[in-house]
Design a protein around this ligand. Structure first.
Ligand code: HAM
Length: 426
């Protein structure tokens, strides 16, 4: 026998026993995204590599070492599996002129791909739910995003997720800061690692974002952008903080929070937890007012965030939240040639009534079929033999709470099964 194939490292199958938790998460999030007026957008998982280089930035971990890029052998185009959702969302908005009628609130969900070293909470294929608000300049939208996240943590029963915010200022202050930071880092070259030394002159802000703990002291002593902001940026940041306070939410200003993608300016934020080891960020985002123009559009302010679904699900699991496993309401057992057609009609009739019904396939004795019915977790068995087929009836047997087997017509059986549903599922 040949060897069984395994999934690609860092890319996970999500098995049926896990999907109820995913579905619960997706439904809860979708409900709240709608409550805030965000409309769903879906873009391809594959884009031209150039899109990510131009948006995320050439000197970033993602673009330098984490992208799944390849040349399409059929036409020579260089393509990349999307490592994040913002760039594609902005690309689609520009391509379809979605900003023509006015600002847009958009949301997306789906797999993203980064060639990182896999560990708990860090995968090569992972899932994000993200939102992007395009065409809004004020900190009121920044705070809307923060409020949405806080609302979601509550709706998902999660606590202990802390909010950190920072501002990256505008282009003038950042250019000034870049100079000061480069000078400082040059003075500490001996303490930098290879990555940091390389970035020193290409993208010094990235050095602050290092994952190397040996650089912690150098980073801690670095000058702060926050101390030299333009007045408008400072005002934006102060208003944002006032509004977060007005919502009664706690937060911490972290002047070292620079984010791993280059498109940000002004507000940046991360939601972090101590419960997931090294992978502490469950959600992150901020303002990217320059990106629309950078990708060829008329300048438009914008901001957004994305959360890591696997990380949030892990937190929900740690908090003891277990989604009820899915089980059918009906398992239909049938035997005898004359019974087959009747069984097929009955099971469709059940589905017409909105019931979930599994039809036994593959034959076998009633005894073995009833064992399967039990193992399926179904609440009821419907039994169709020659006798039921002749009489145009079905036998209904409760499988979980006891009770007699009764012979009924299919419509009455459906009514009884529906009546047995918990009130909130009717
Ligand atoms: P990001 O910080 O790169 O931002 O990713 C957002 C979230 O995705 C992270 O906080 C984390 O929870 C999750 N995540 C990232 N990488 C992995 C991984 N390898 N395995 C598991 N989870 C991961 C962005 O992607 C921006 N596009 C967010 C944004 C939207 N900014 C503005 N709009």
């Amino acid at each position: 026998m040949s060897e069984t194939l395994q999934a690609v490292r860092g890319m996970n199958d999500i098995l049926p026993e896990d999907t109820p938790a995913w579905e619960y998460f997706e439904q809860t999030v979708a409900k709240w995204l709608r409550a805030y007026g965000y409309r769903n957008i879906r873009t391809p998982v594959l884009e031209r590599t150039e899109l990510f280089v131009r948006s995320i930035g050439e000197v970033t971990d993602i673009v330098e070492k984490e992208m799944y890029s390849f040349v399409d052998a059929l036409n020579g185009e260089t393509l990349t599996l999307r490592p994040e959702g913002t760039a594609a969302c902005v690309r689609a908005v520009l391509q379809h002129n979605l900003l023509y009628p006015g600002p847009q609130r958009l949301a997306y969900a789906g797999p993203m791909f980064r060639h990182e070293r896999p560990q708990k909470g860090r995968y090569r294929q992972f899932h994000q739910v993200g939102v992007e608000a395009l065409g809004f300049a004020g900190p009121d939208v920044d705070v809307e995003h923060i409020a949405m996240c806080a609302r979601l943590w509550k709706a998902l029963g999660l606590d202990g997720i802390r909010l950190q915010i920072n501002t990256l200022g505008g282009p003038v202050a950042r250019a000034r800061y870049r100079g000061r930071l480069t000078q400082y880092l040059e003075a500490h070259q001996d303490h930098l690692d290879e990555d940091a030394r390389r970035r020193l002159h290409t993208n010094p802000l990235r050095v602050l974002d290092t994952k190397n703990s040996h650089l912690a002291a150098v980073v801690a002593g670095a000058p702060r952008l926050l101390d030299d902001l333009e007045p408008e940026s400072l005002a934006h940041f102060e208003q944002l903080q006032e509004m977060i306070r007005a919502l009664g939410l706690e937060f911490e200003v972290n002047p070292r929070l620079v984010r791993g993608l280059d498109y940000y300016n002004l507000t940046v934020f991360e939601w972090i937890t101590d419960r997931l080891g090294a992978q502490s960020a469950v959600c992150a985002g901020g303002r990217y007012d320059g990106l629309v123009a950078q990708l060829g559009g008329k300048p438009q302010p914008a901001c957004g965030f994305a959360m890591g679904v696997e990380r949030l699900l892990a937190l929900m699991q740690d908090a003891g939240q277990v989604a009820a496993p899915w089980r059918p309401e009906i398992y239909l057992a049938h035997s005898g040639e004359g019974a087959q057609a009747h069984a097929l009609r009955v099971v469709e009739q059940m589905r017409d009534q909105g019931l979930s019904a599994v039809l036994h396939c593959g034959g076998g004795s009633f005894k073995s079929q009833m064992k399967k019915a039990d193992a399926s977790g179904a609440l009821f068995a419907l039994i169709v033999g020659e006798e039921e087929a002749r009489a145009g009836k079905v036998s209904l047997k409760p499988l979980r709470e006891g009770g007699e087997q009764v012979s009924l017509d299919a419509g009455e059986a459906a009514r009884r099964i529906l009546a047995a549903r918990p009130a909130d599922a009717r």
